[in-house]
Each structure stands twice: as C-alpha cells, then as structure tokens.
Design a binder for this molecule. Structure first.
Ligand SMILES: [Zn+2]
Length: 94
C-alpha cells in the first residue's frame, strides 16, 4: 500500500492521505484499474467506457489529515461598497 496526499472536498474539505495503486501490479500495470468499453444493448454500438478499479488498492480508503475551513464570505458593510463609491449613499446625510 502506497500513500499519497490529496486535496479533496468530500466528505470534508481538507487534505487526505489516500491509498494508491501498486506501480508494478501485474493486473493493472500500475494504472489502478482498467478501462472497459461497453456497447449499447440494442444497437451494439459503442456506448461508453467503464472504469473498473483494480484490487491492488482501495480508492475509497483515505484518512483526513488536515481539515480546511470553508472560505468565508466577505461581508460588505454599508458605506464600504466599492460599486457604491462616487458620493451616492442610501442613507441620508444627517
Ligand atoms: Zn492493480
């Protein structure tokens, strides 16, 4: 099992330690899985490619290393709106 650090947002936003495919795996050649083309049942034409993960690693196995905070929304206070610059104000100048 080889580990690698990955940035992810699911299930929590943060840095994750993840499992990776074995580089010299006989089955997947280190790719971590196989692309399998499949056809449409009725027409037999190419319908897409399915990704099948190899058994030499577990793509769902990961540990949260460091949670990252959500980016806070900037609050614009009244009178500090840059688009409102130029003298205009909603509030009467008492
Ligand atoms: Zn493999």
């Amino acid at each position: 099992m080889r580990l690698r650090i990955q940035h992810a947002v699911c299930p929590h936003r943060g840095l994750y330690l993840t499992d990776t495919p074995r580089p010299n795996c006989r089955d997947c050649d280190g790719n971590g899985g196989f692309n399998r083309d499949y056809g449409d049942y009725e027409t037999g034409e190419y319908a897409g490619t399915e990704w099948e993960p190899c058994t030499c690693w577990n793509e769902n196995r990961r540990w949260l290393l460091m949670p990252l905070p959500r980016l806070p929304r900037r609050h614009r206070g009244p009178g500090r709106d840059p688009w409102g610059a130029g003298g205009y104000s909603d509030e009467p100048p008492f």
